[in-house]
Design a protein. Structure first.
Length: 105
């Protein structure tokens, strides 16, 4: 693993990559909408501590939590991980975060 959560590059462990992608999508959606964890918890019915734990990477959300957050935010949080690029060995790799992608070009 290289980097900081939720933008660390996590090679090869798909569950962690998916959990990380959800945390990243959640953080970015909250930022775009100007929502705090408290405001999102109130609007979604998802416990604030669950939201904070997902953002911190200390827990992975269950499907009901993801569905509730997606509905409230009006955005998809579940990653399209089947579309992730493959490495030279055919293993799917998590896409680079936006800032790292720009640096690699």
């Amino acid at each position: 693993m290289a980097g900081d959560w939720p933008y660390a590059v996590m090679d090869g462990y798909r569950p962690a990559q998916v959990g990380q992608a959800i945390a990243r999508a959640l953080a970015e959606a909250m930022e775009r909408k100007g929502l705090s964890a408290n405001a999102l918890a109130t609007a979604s019915g998802v416990n604030r501590q669950v939201i904070s734990n997902v953002l911190a990477g200390s827990t992975w959300p269950d499907l009901l939590t993801v569905a509730s957050l997606e509905d409230t935010l009006g955005e998809m949080l579940w990653p399209r991980h089947v579309d992730w690029p493959h490495d030279e060995n055919g293993v799917r790799q998590q896409p680079l975060p936006p800032q790292l992608h720009r640096e690699a070009e």
